[in-house]
Ligand binder design. Structure first.
Ligand SMILES: Cc1cc2nc3c(=O)[nH]c(=O)nc-3n(C[C@H](O)[C@H](O)[C@H](O)COP(=O)(O)OP(=O)(O)OC[C@H]3O[C@@H](n4cnc5c(N)ncnc54)[C@H](O)[C@@H]3O)c2cc1C
Length: 423
């Protein structure tokens, strides 16, 4: 192994990368590479063994796991190289927390930050990466200026918007290359934010309030939570960056209002341990599900899930629902409905045992089926296993592009086989 990469084959190292946040799928590789440079990844790929990148293993249905072959533990490439006015150059294995720690001292931030900071840059860019500012700035993948990628042919390539490789990698689930470095946009970070939680009586009122806030442009971050509180409680999380006052739409009841630092707001879920400690039990499996739905279908879809037995989400379970604006989403492989204001809808399921998780997977399939029937799409970190035909349908008009890109950039088909996208 050249550069400073280390190839581990000991049992403890293999076990550590044999499962993921979902805790349902187990796949054991032959080796784990902790790379010190992109060249280490290229060398392993050129050996011809099946290879899968692992960001932080936060997908929920085996997306970063491989049986046999080599897992690339991208945490080995976690440096922020440059922070300049307007952009930063960062390693694909850096977490968004590390990125913020480097950019905030310069008064700068990526425009879109995921709700949880300990996800990797490459992991979310290979999906899209969305958050409460996505109604204004699109996905994280819409805010990338340049990528360094190791292709499935073992070549290290720098690519920019407008090239096939750039298009194939963003939202491309690691099928054509491994993101080793990204140049991402930065915008001014507010020192403080006004963070409000506002309760609404039901789904329709919550979603109407979210639509109002997005259309009026009053709030920078808009998300809706539906949480257990002796029944289902509908809570709007509305945040104004720079702590500007804003009108509460639709007669909601303010249950919390505070001005906090921008970082404290972004870090509201804390680290993984802190986040899991807030749940009643550290229950696993966690068959989570996220879909995008047209605005006309969102209220009924949410209410259909709320009407299901509590056992389908578990006593720690809940929902996240918020609007985005289609006009600012421009990553072709991130599938978002053709609707002016689609909503993302996440169901956080926590199973008490493996028996429950089977019912939860069935419930996820029902949510996805409902989304498909309404013109919706899947956010594929979810626990919704698809077969080859299902993947073709998922990418629809973009399938032929992805298939051609796969044969061009990964001719032997060794990258990320675990998802079963290509036979
Ligand atoms: C608590 C929690 C909160 C979350 N919040 C959000 C949120 O707010 N917004 C959101 O969009 N998502 C969210 N997610 C989902 C998250 O985006 C996915 O889990 C995603 O997979 C990123 O996690 P990861 O970095 O651990 O990547 P992994 O799960 O390790 O990998 C995900 C996929 O990307 C591939 N991959 C990883 N690194 C690279 C790379 N460098 N190059 C190419 N392919 C790569 C993997 O092979 C795999 O297919 C959340 C997940 C959890 C568990």
């Amino acid at each position: 192994m050249g550069e400073s990469g280390v190839l581990h084959t000991d049992s403890a190292a293999l076990t550590r990368v044999s499962s993921d946040f979902g805790g349902m799928i187990r796949r054991r590789p032959d080796a784990v590479l902790v790379p010190g440079a992109a060249a280490d990844i290229a060398e392993v790929i050129r050996s011809g063994r099946p290879v899968t990148a692992r960001g932080r293993g936060h997908s929920t249905h085996g997306q970063s796991l491989v049986d046999g072959g080599v897992v690339i533990d991208m945490a080995g490439l976690g440096t922020v190289h440059r922070v300049e006015p307007g952009y930063a150059v960062i390693d694909g294995g850096a977490s968004w927390r590390t990125v913020l720690e480097a950019t905030l001292p310069h008064g700068l931030t990526p425009p879109v930050i995921t709700d949880f900071l300990d996800l990797s840059v490459g992991g979310t860019l290979s999906l899209g990466g969305i958050g409460g500012t996505s109604h204004r700035h699109g996905a994280q993948s819409d805010n990338v200026l340049e990528l360094e990628v190791v292709t499935g042919a073992g070549e290290i390539v720098t690519c920019s918007p407008g090239t096939d490789l750039f298009r194939a990698v963003l939202g491309g689930l690691g099928q054509c290359g491994i993101i080793t470095r990204a140049t991402i946009k930065l915008v001014a970070a507010p020192p403080t934010v006004l963070h409000r939680k506002i309760r609404y009586p039901d789904t329709a009122a919550l979603n109407a309030a979210q639509r109002d806030l997005v259309l009026s442009g009053q709030c920078d971050h808009v998300e809706g939570l539906i949480v257990q509180d002796g029944g289902w409680s509908h809570v709007l999380e509305a945040v104004s960056f720079g702590a500007e006052e804003f009108a509460v739409p639709g007669g909601g009841e303010i249950i919390r209002s505070e001005t906090v630092s921008y970082f404290d707001f972004l870090n509201r879920l804390g680290t993984e341990d802190e986040f899991l400690a807030t749940l009643s039990r550290r229950v696993q499996p966690r068959p989570w599900c996220t879909v995008f739905l047209p605005h006309t279908a969102i209220d009924a879809a949410v209410d259909a899930s709320l009407a299901r037995p509590l056992a389908e989400v578990g006593t720690a379970g809940g929902f996240l629902v918020y609007p985005i604006q289609r006009s600012v989403f421009n990553t072709p492989l991130l599938r978002v409905p053709e609707d002016p204001m689609p909503f993302q809808f996440s169901v956080f399921r926590y199973a008490d045992d493996d028996g429950d998780s089977a019912a939860m997977l069935a419930a996820n399939r029902a949510v996805y089926g409902l989304a498909l029937a309404a013109g919706g799409t899947l956010y594929p970190f979810a626990s919704v296993p698809l077969d080859h035909a299902g993947w073709q349908a998922h990418w629809g008009p973009h399938w032929e592009f992805l298939r051609a890109a796969r044969s061009s950039y990964d001719p032997a088909g060794i990258l990320n086989r675990g998802q079963g996208i290509f036979p």
